[in-house]
Design a protein around this ligand. Structure first.
Ligand code: SF4
Ligand code: SF4
Length: 604
């Protein structure tokens, strides 16, 4: 099985799709068993190994260019289809064991399906030999073209036989003891955390499968807990409905933290969120969650969550207990961190838990419906089944693209989902003949007018301009600079001067900045800090995260952020927690050539 082995059960929507694809590609019906396992593997979009009866039969993938699904056969899939006399079959007169990876010798072809077209997946048969491959030409040219069929795999022997016990309920029965053991282990961890911390207990319930399991485990341990649901304003309506219904049916005290229209309000300044710049998570999720926790649990809270290591790279190192760096006072417990998606699904079915109906729509992600981390295939599915949701978002994206002089295909093919395009998207733009910048610029830009270079007065200096969609006054910039050092605003020249341990920085309300320090690296580090302060001053969303993060209670937020310079110890925690400040990472490419890797800011 392809690593990392994030296997899961295929639910009804996925099985429906597989039935359709087997019929469309190979003309076979009733081929998809009740129990289908999928294993996630790498690819440009959705890519999964399809496992029937414990054997890999095909690879299911979504093509970004054609915006369609297809199946790529594995050798066991060819065996299965041969047993069903499927279409798209080529019969040979002779065979050898060395055809794998080669083109099929045209003189070896005895007969073939006249419906084969270039690009089709084909089954290759010869006596006891079986193979799979892809046709490179249409059927009429198969016997004349020297490169008519590329063989992917070719083997002697083996047969396809359907297993009688290939049913989900049989799988549950066979794994009942194992499921009971992992349940007991997770409950033990939850109980241990509750006993060792004198804190109120909550569970984070998003409406997804993992948080459903976390909730069920907690229910088995105690009834004394609250359930937190963060409504980002972008939740799929079915998810919102499911969460509320589940809570009332199960008598749960549901606390909803709502982001209201935070997404719409911030879209203008930030542009669409991206996989590598998910400002929406902080603004629409962490900010309302931390506000709710501060209001309801001012002395701290223990929260059980359904985070799993296999979910993503960023979660691959989660521990059993962790402090949430963005929600002060929240201690998170991750009892199912080592579970696979298959274990989660088996548990849900074993425990007869009612899950979110969106999973039966062949969706793997049931939270924010327009999440940039979703796959293009998932967008397509949402657009197909819930068009009303997508139309307004699509119109906003198209308007944003127009304002930023981006081609319409930038939206159609999903390029907006990255600030910096990964190689696969660069390749796609080349295939499509689209001219797309590697870095999405939006309206926010950093122009470095003078890289870190020797100063006539001694030391090194860096100069640049932040071009922003909004520009606040000097007072706001001066406030933010207090987190770096001692600030002196000079109204007359519209500049705020900051003296820090690194050197002297200057920032103008219009976005011009400079940093002078003894060494090149210090000048770059100071410029980095000044830039983040200017960004925060001008693009603050008033999310309140920095106020809650500050260990000195030096920040207050009213119409704008105010910093008490006497209390501030320049620890940098407010900047590290601020979504706006992180925007600088995406803008700082021009500086990277000179800069050493950015350290965590401490007392600039
Ligand atoms: S400066 Fe504070 S309130 Fe403003 S966006 Fe950053 S974290 Fe939120
Ligand atoms: S978090 Fe640290 S740097 Fe920011 S205001 Fe508080 S004390 Fe100052």
């Amino acid at each position: 099985m392809v690593p990392p082995g994030e296997v899961r059960l295929a639910l009804e929507g996925t099985k429906r799709r597989l039935r359709y694809l087997f019929l469309r590609q190979f003309g076979v019906q009733q081929v998809v068993p009740e129990l289908v396992i999928l294993n996630k593997s790498s690819g440009e979009d959705r890519t999964e190994e399809v496992i029937f009866d414990g054997r890999r039969v095909a690879r299911l993938s979504y093509d970004l260019q054609t915006q369609d699904y297809s199946l790529m056969l594995r050798i066991d899939g060819a065996r299965m289809l041969a047993a069903l006399n499927s279409k798209k079959t080529i019969v040979l007169t002779k065979a050898s064991g060395h055809m794998k990876g080669q083109y099929l010798p045209r003189d070896a072809i005895k007969s073939f399906d006249a419906g084969i077209r270039a690009g089709d997946e084909v089954v290759i048969q010869m006596g006891q030999f079986i193979g799979c491959g892809v046709a490179k030409v249409d059927a009429p040219r198969l016997k004349t073209s020297p490169k008519g069929v590329k063989v992917r795999d070719f083997e002697k022997g083996g047969e396809w036989r359907r297993r009688k016990k290939s049913w989900t309920r049989a799988m549950i029965r066979a794994n009942e003891q194992y499921l009971a053991a992992i349940k007991a282990r997770a409950e033990h961890e939850i109980r241990g955390a509750i006993d060792s911390h004198d804190l109120p207990v909550t569970v984070s319930f998003s409406g997804g499968k993992d948080s459903l399991v976390a909730l069920d485990l907690l229910k088995s341990v105690t009834s004394d807990f609250s359930t937190i649901f963060v409504d980002t304003g972008l939740e799929h309506p079915w998810t919102r409905e499911y969460v509320n219904k589940f809570a009332s049916e199960n008598g749960l005290g549901l606390l909803t933290a709502s982001a209201g229209d935070a997404f719409e309000r911030n879209f203008h300044a930030f542009g669409p969120p991206a996989k590598d710049f998910r400002w929406c998570c902080k603004v629409c999720k962490l900010a309302p969650a931390s506000e709710l926790i501060e209001d309801r649990f001012p002395n701290g809270v223990l929260t059980i969550e359904g985070n799993r290591r296999l979910e993503s790279f960023s979660r691959s190192r989660i521990e059993v207990k962790e402090e949430n760096p963005f929600v002060p006072g929240q201690l998170v417990v991750n009892p199912i961190r080592d579970w696979t998606a298959l274990e989660v699904w088996l548990y849900i079915i074993w425990r007869k838990l009612r899950y979110n109906p969106l999973y039966d729509e062949d969706l793997e992600r049931v939270g924010c419906w327009m999440c940039p981390s979703a796959l293009a295939s998932e967008y397509k599915e949402i657009a197909r089944a819930h068009g009303g949701l997508v139309r307004a978002w699509q119109a906003d994206l198209e308007e944003w693209a127009r304002q930023n002089s981006l081609p319409a295909d930038f939206i159609k093919y999903g390029f907006w989902r990255w600030k910096q395009l990964p190689p696969k998207m660069k390749e796609l733009s080349d295939r499509l003949g689209l001219e797309v910048e590697r870095t999405r610029s939006d309206k926010l830009r950093l122009d470095v007018t003078k890289g870190a270079s020797p100063c006539t007065a001694g030391g090194f200096s860096v100069e640049g301009v932040l071009r922003m969609p909004t520009a606040d006054g000097l007072a706001e910039v001066a406030e933010m600079l207090k987190t770096i050092g001692d600030v002196k605003p000079v109204e007359e020249f519209g500049v705020a001067i900051v003296d820090s341990r690194l050197g002297r920085g200057k920032a103008f309300a219009g976005g011009q900045m400079s940093a002078v320090a003894e060494t090149q690296s210090k000048s770059l580090e100071l410029f980095d800090s000044v830039s983040r302060a200017v960004l925060r001053a001008n693009m603050c969303t008033r999310c309140g995260i920095c106020e809650r993060t500050c260990p000195q209670s030096a920040i207050s937020i009213d119409e704008s952020v105010k910093v008490d310079g006497d209390k501030c110890i320049r620890c940098g925690k407010c900047t590290d927690s601020c979504v706006v400040a992180h925007y600088f990472d995406k803008l700082a490419e021009p500086l990277r050539a000179d800069a050493k890797p950015r350290q965590k800011r401490r007392a600039a």
